[in-house]
Design a protein around this ligand. Sequence first.
Ligand code: ADP
Ligand code: ZN
Length: 434
Amino acid sequence: MSKVRYWQKDIETIGRRALEELQLKRLRSSFGRLYRHVPSFREKCRAAGVSPAAINSLRDIAHIPFTTSDDLRAGYPAGLLAVDRNRAIRLHTSSGTTGKPKAIFFSKRDIAQAAELVARCLTMTGTGSGDVLQNMMTYGLFTGALMMHYGAEKVGALVIPAGPGNTERQIALMQDFGTTAVHILPSYALYLATFMQQHGMDPKKDLSLKRAYMGAEPYSEKTRLKIEKLFGIDVYNCYGLTEMNGPGVAFECLEKNGLHLWEDNFIVEIVDPVTGQQLPEGAEGELVLTSLCREAMPVMRYRTRDITRILAGKCPCGRTHRRISRILGRSDDMIIVRGVNIFPQQIEQVLMGIRGVAQNYQIVLESLDELTIRVEIARDMFDGNIEHLLSLKSEIVEKIRSAVLVKPIVELLEPGTLPVTEGKAKRVIDKRTI
Ligand code: ADP
Ligand code: ZN
């Protein structure tokens, strides 16, 4: 374990009891400030019969009402600010998929703290001074790119604020400046590899890349392995959301076995997505987060809609902050076909494990009982031998059927047929709602 490096060793390896004391102290302070300064929140608490005086242990958090994305939307554009608006120095919005955005404000201290958490994550995975981090996420109202940028500067890496898209320029920058780390969407990493191969380059040999930070959308372990192999790098999963600072909420260490969630900054709960009841440790359910250090806009018990579970046991890296599993999907991403609940990631996991399947795919829903999967396949599969195509197709059909229990219709496509988005990939086309 000589490779283990810490950014803030004391807090990263803090004993559980001291950590829980710190959490309680911070919870009481955040809850109290929110209660005093945000009338709509106070009313909700009064209706639920809870006031700051009722929070005497961490367990009491269960009495505090949830905050949903609708609550945050309803507060737009004022935001649920717990400080005077003049104290806010940055606005981000989180779009979600429909309706009004959510206005999320940051104070100077909040920005510094967000960067601090990203710095922990980068140090933990080996990025520091001497590294060149090319940030291929969208700069702008999203937190993704900017917070990573600040954290990477903090650890002393040279940051290239490339933003997304313009693949030729991305490759030129990577080659000209010897990029060692990228912050990238999984869907774009797959596209980048295809693009390089189509242009006679080898993503493994023609770059100096060592690692990639990948998050913002769910992806499977198979996809991680595929990308690691294509580029010859380590891929680390990073999780975050605008409501909780952005990236750096939870992050994989060198073990790549679950994401450490920084519990000195957030309280983690897993609840039943339907009933909202807390679930026992280890059960799969919806992640609920409470911010502990956010100054401008603390958020209590936020329903993230992200499905995960808390992993048991200690991590060999020595960090005491508990780990969550990779995000399985959003509770609102789940598709139902023939009454069966399916997360797109289950389909992706199958596809990325099949030889001959290329990087892009799309799930199309035309009716309640039909699941169509359009899959790009490697160019060398189109070798004129129809047998090869037919056997690949039936392999895909069979493997998906056994994974999700619904027999899909599979369409094989040439690479480059499906649209590539600059932002988060749109994998599911649900024609049933149009
Ligand atoms: P939105 O997409 O709603 O505008 P954000 O840009 O803040 O909001 O993105 C946060 C969401 O992105 C998370 O709630 C989660 O659904 C998804 N996400 C972020 N990181 C990951 C990750 N590593 N794995 C899976 N999903 C992720
Ligand atoms: Zn660890």
